[in-house]
Design a protein around this ligand. Structure first.
Ligand SMILES: C[S@@+](CC[C@H](N)C(=O)[O-])C[C@H]1O[C@@H](n2cnc3c(N)ncnc32)[C@H](O)[C@@H]1O
Length: 467
């Protein structure tokens, strides 16, 4: 380690910044966030800087001498002239201030790291002055991993510090806090349920040995398959889950991102077509949470779009277990983006409707065909492959042109994506001739003509060439 990191208490202390322009302002923003008294020094400070700091800093227009540094804890020297910078650095040091000369680590007592500021939680990244841009990039990566509500979590922990200290003997405190930060109460704070977390915390402090600790269930959307389409929040939850119950549509690439020692339970359809009944899935979520675990229910796409997420939320909530929902990219938007189909497009399509093509047995989907057949309207059908013929027939009967463009997207947004396009009247044959079996979406409407794909004839030709 070249430089030793230490955090400086600047509350009420004086920081002198010599120089002007954006660099000086930026340094000002850093130290102002720590409660310092700020003085910008030098004649001819630029107008923007004075405007920005008018009511929050002082300005010292005296000639630059050792005097302006008297009483300063830190001094930032933001001047271009090297000789002048060295002279000012000496003067500031002689006045007792620690000095930073911008872009000159060799003239500085300290350097400013890249900072992630979450209230009491601060992460500082330094490359010892070797590569500030690398430092900034690392900061961006770390920033993406840290939940936005970390500030609230730290404030919550602070508010309970003395209560924990008075209730628990020293030997048990550390373990208590370890399990707090890994556990369901912290998850509730990070999910925005502070009052629930407060109640649970009081219970945990009053009954620290209780085995009644209730965990938490997160119902999480995994998107259409590409791990890059996971939300940052979904990724964080996967990495902290004790138990993950997942569906058939969740790809291996996504499961690979989960915590190594998490218990993974498959609850999707088996090869036999037999699926774990919904009531049993709900029961398992509740049982695992009642063991004090962080449970992630991982579902393809978005849990609230044809995902039965609402039923799971109701069941878990009715059992008195806290439950939160993290959205995911639904198949319609994920597949449309992957195939180059804008679901609405100015002058072409003014509305989009998501429907399910699912129907009981040999029946047909119960849909309002007349309104779905409106021109200038995109229709996205989930689970519609088996009913492609009847869907096309009903739309045509209700006024949609036979030539309306359609796109069939199988395994969209994955490396097995297949996209076929053609006319509405051929929808059933496209599905059959394209041998569409996997999860697939039907997109019906003028925008489907934009799909980056082969027509059925092209597709057959390509298949023949590949064979
Ligand atoms: C039970 S629904 C679940 C939908 C999911 N909750 C969502 O928001 O995407 C399953 C249907 O979603 C569609 N689907 C899901 N993932 C897909 C993908 N990667 N490519 C094409 N269709 C997909 C298919 O129509 C599939 O039959």
């Amino acid at each position: 380690m070249k430089l030793f990191p230490a955090f400086h208490d600047l509350a009420g202390k004086t920081v002198v910044i010599v120089g002007s322009g954006e660099v000086a302002s930026r340094k000002g923003r850093l130290v102002a966030a720590a409660g310092a008294r700020l003085v910008f020094a030098g004649a001819g400070l630029d107008r923007d800087l004075v405007e920005e700091w008018r009511d929050r800093a002082e300005f010292d227009a005296r000639a630059l001498s050792a005097k302006i540094f008297e009483g300063a804890a830190l001094a930032f020297i933001c001047v271009d002239d090297e000789g002048e910078a060295a002279r000012l650095a000496r003067a500031a040091r002689a006045a007792g201030a620690a000095v930073n000369v911008v872009d000159r680590p060799d003239l500085s007592d300290f350097i400013t790291p890249s900072i992630i500021d979450r209230g009491d939680v601060v992460v500082a990244v330094s490359t010892g002055g070797a590569a500030p841009v690398l430092g900034r990039r690392l900061r961006e990566k770390i920033e993406a991993l840290l939940p936005k509500r970390l500030t609230a979590l730290a404030a919550f922990a602070k508010s309970f510090r003395s209560a924990v200290a008075s209730r628990l003997p020293v030997a048990r405190r550390r373990a208590f806090w370890e399990s707090f930060f890994d556990g369901p109460i912290a998850h509730r704070i990070l999910s925005g349920d502070e009052s629930g977390a407060r109640e649970a915390m009081i219970e945990a402090i009053n009954h620290p040995l209780s085995d009644q600790a209730v965990g938490v269930v997160h119902i999480v959307g995994a998107g259409p398959g590409d791990p890059d389409l996971l939300t940052l929040k979904a990724l964080r939850l996967l990495q902290s889950a004790d138990v993950i119950l997942y569906d058939r549509l969740v790809s291996d690439g996504i499961l690979d991102l989960a915590r190594r020692d998490a218990l993974r339970l498959y609850v999707g359809k088996a090869r036999s077509g037999h699926a774990v009944p919904q009531a049993e899935i709900e029961q398992r979520l509740i049982e695992h949470a009642r063991l004090g675990r962080i449970v992630v229910r991982l579902k393809g796409g978005d849990p609230f779009v044809f995902g039965r997420g609402g039923e799971e939320v109701d069941a878990v909530r009715a059992a008195g277990v806290p439950v939160f929902v993290t959205p995911g990219v639904t198949a319609a938007t994920g597949c449309a983006a992957a195939a180059g189909v804008p679901l609405t497009h100015r002058g072409v399509s003014q509305a989009v409707t998501f429907v399910t093509g699912h129907a009981k047995g040999n029946g047909e989907p119960e849909l309002d065909w007349r309104s779905l057949a409106t021109l200038g309207h995109t229709l996205v059908v989930y689970m519609g492959v088996a009913k492609a013929d009847v869907i096309a027939r009903r739309l045509i009967e209700n006024g949609r042109a036979k030539s309306t463009p359609v796109a069939v997207i199988e395994n969209g947004a994955t490396d097995r994506q297949k996209v076929l396009k053609g006319a509405l009247t051929d929808l059933g044959s496209i599905v059959r001739a394209g041998d569409i079996k996997g999860p697939a979406l039907l997109i019906i409407g003028e925008v489907a003509a934009k799909a980056n794909s082969e027509t059925l004839a092209d597709f057959a030709r390509i298949e023949r060439l590949a064979a």
